[in-house]
Ligand binder design. Sequence first.
Ligand code: NAD
Length: 478
Amino acid sequence: MTDPITYQNYIDGAFVACDNHIEVRNPATGAVLSRVPESDAATAERAIAAARAAQKGWSQKPAIERAGHLRAIASNIRQNAERLARVITEEGGKIQSLALVEVNFTADYLDYMAEWARRIEGEIITSDRPGENIFLFRKPLGVVAGILPWNFPFFLIARKMAPALVTGNTIVIKPSEETPNNCFEFAKLVAETDLPKGVFNVVCGSGAGVGSALSTSDKIDMISFTGSVGTGSRIMAAAAPNVTKLNLELGGKAPAIVMNDADLDLAVTAIRASRIINTGQVCNCAERVYVQRGVAEQFIERMAVALAETRYGDPIAQADVEMGPLINEAGLRKVEQMVRTAQNQGAQLVTGGAVADLGKGFHYQPTLLANCSHDMEIMRKEVFGPVLPVQIIDDLDEAIALANDCEYGLTSSIYTRDLSTAMKAAAGLDFGETYINRENFEAMQGFHAGVRKSGIGGADGKHGLYEYTHTHAVYLQS
Ligand code: NAD
């Protein structure tokens, strides 16, 4: 085993030592992997000041030049893909194949956002006044704070920094204290390029320390946050006095509707994949099923077999597992408690239902619960673990009403062979995204966003890019 590595914040183009540290552990083994900065508010302010000092010069460069910097970082990432994937697996428990997908997707995302450099478009509008034109210019906001969760930690750096930088902003990233190592490795690859100093900064620390310092700062022009509803709401309150622009990507409780005419093989395969990916710790993946009565028994039988066959364990020791551990002890206890409560309320345990005793690590068995009903917390609250609760419905209207009656509104899905059923569901589901006959996973050119408590604003594609700009109207009387 290698000695724990000590990482340093990346501020103004340099790695900067910190007096206090947090230990980062492997959730599959408990081994200490690294010591990372537990920074104070003053350090966050230094990073904000560096980002602000760099912003004007950065925004004055042609967008195509800024895009070139993103491409250089993408290229560095690709050259180090295997190594980076291992860092992600070690600190987050993600299986190696998925970590590698995340790394390559991150590089592709940087390239994709770089392509927008020639398409940052304003408008010219005719005026009511003779001889006047109205110009709408797209301008950068200034300094963005990117506050990240632990579940797709590497990709989420790019999802925030790529649109921010290509449109002329600078950024301060705060990684999750659970999975910061990959962010420092990202910073090392940035440092190897000639990105101007201060454009990209990383400050690590707790939510109450660095997170709060970024959210309350009047020198931050936009907070781009991904994480839980509770933290998102605290950030909104902290940002309110400065009226800081917010982009919030929060939790989900994605419904999957399976109709009598569904391709059941497809539905079982896709919903299972959506439930076990990243050990069920994904905001947009199927977290509850509404299955129509005619196929309910078959669906539950097949899903039980499919889930029970899942290979899980330490993803470094066994490269072929399909599922690793949960992120930490608190996550494991929450899943355990939610399953127990559902059972006490009458849910029927079909498979799984217990902490998996593998000697070490925070493993939970893939679990299927049948006979669930709308009054159960398990059908309405985010579990964030490999647990699939199933409720039987009689028709589409009932499924849509139950799906919508939830504080979250991120993603949803439906399995049916009938086009009009699919379109009726798409019209009726009040969600940011609906996937028809496929697993829930967004494309970088789409738009990822939630309604209700799942967030404000969105990411990806043209609309996600423009979240990082403001529109300046200029009236020119000739
Ligand atoms: P979390 O809210 O606990 O933490 C996220 C980040 O916020 C961390 O960096 C944390 O240090 C920081 N933070 C905590 N308190 C803060 C405060 N008071 N001020 C500022 N920052 C603070 O979330 P998590 O447990 O890391 O991630 C899991 C959650 O993220 C789930 O709810 C999941 O659904 C959600 N998520 C959503 C999306 C999406 O795109 N909608 C994507 C991934 C994860």
